[in-house]
Design a protein around this ligand. Structure first.
Ligand SMILES: NC(=O)c1ccc[n+]([C@@H]2O[C@H](COP(=O)([O-])OP(=O)(O)OC[C@H]3O[C@@H](n4cnc5c(N)ncnc54)[C@H](OP(=O)(O)O)[C@@H]3O)[C@@H](O)[C@H]2O)c1
Length: 248
């Protein structure tokens, strides 16, 4: 269990679905007050009914939308989880607007929110910043050039942030999963196709497994900082290369 003297209040983005929702419930069950941030009004209404959960309807791209709640709650644990993989098109075929969309949500928004939260953590002498990265930020995945670049940015940011925060008592953990069974592919390919291609017949990681890992890192003694957790389904490996012959 996390140290209840240090870790009392958590803010989780992307709380309406998948990993974020599982993390909200796991942190709440571990005794923390949880601020759940999301967009979907129906999913937020469900979360609002949960004891120990405060709901904030906000788009993570609007950093100032967090000012009010941050003034009210001293956040000890920030989980930067909201993210999108809005297309699986090859880079040369993707809508240019998707480049900005994925960078704004996956990379810029966590940085701006962290910038708002971290001074309070430094002042209090403790805090834990979590970032949900991706295996796509650590190795190339076809159809994920921009998504992967946004997650690679998160990964290096975490390493550099740990340097800047050294001595502050604030911990930084990146969790970089392979395939987790969630709604992530809803826009890129639709959930039915995602089920047939990605999930049916495989044993993926479940969102609750990521929540268990996060809670384990948070529960370690204060002098222990898990800097990166890379986690795959047992039936997934990444790597290898593809070659084609040049014609003509
Ligand atoms: N699933 C995987 O295989 C996998 C693997 C590696 C990493 N990840 C990462 O895990 C994180 C969580 O994704 P997931 O797999 O749990 O997918 P998910 O089920 O689609 O959840 C994504 C969450 O992010 C929220 N979100 C997206 N854009 C937002 C915005 N602009 N403002 C506020 N909230 C926003 C979504 O809410 P609304 O749609 O309601 O806005 C949703 O709650 C992401 O960062 C993803 O890149 C997932």
């Amino acid at each position: 269990m996390p140290d209840s003297a240090l870790y009392r209040c958590a803010l989780v983005t992307g709380a309406t679905s998948g990993i974020g929702k599982a993390v909200v419930l796991a942190l709440r069950d571990a005794g923390l007050q949880v601020i759940a941030v999301g967009r979907s009004p129906e999913a937020l209404a469900e979360l609002r009914a949960e004891p120990g959960v405060v709901v904030v309807e906000a788009d993570v791209r609007q950093a100032d939308a967090f000012n009010e709640v941050l003034a009210q709650y001293p956040v000890d644990v920030l989980v930067n989880n909201a993210g999108v993989l809005s297309t699986r098109a090859a880079f040369q075929e993707m809508d240019p607007a998707e480049i900005d969309n994925m960078f704004d949500i996956n990379l810029k928004a966590p940085l701006h929110l962290t910038r708002k939260v971290v001074p309070g953590m430094i002042e209090r002498g403790h805090g834990h910043l979590f970032f949900i990265g991706s295996s796509a930020g650590r190795a190339p995945h076809p159809g994920a050039a921009v998504y992967g670049a946004s997650k690679a940015g998160i990964s290096l940011f975490c390493d550099a942030l740990r340097c800047d925060l050294l001595g502050s008592g604030v911990r930084v953990t990146e969790i970089a999963p392979g395939r987790v069974q969630t709604q992530l592919y809803k826009t890129a390919m639709g959930m039915q196709a995602a089920g047939a291609e990605l999930y049916d017949g495989y044993e993926s990681i479940m969102p609750e497994d990521i929540a268990t890992l996060l809670l384990a890192a948070l529960s370690l003694p204060q002098q222990v900082d898990v800097s990166r957790l890379e986690v795959f389904p047992t039936s997934q490996a990444v790597g290898g290369g593809r070659m084609v012959k040049t014609l003509g």
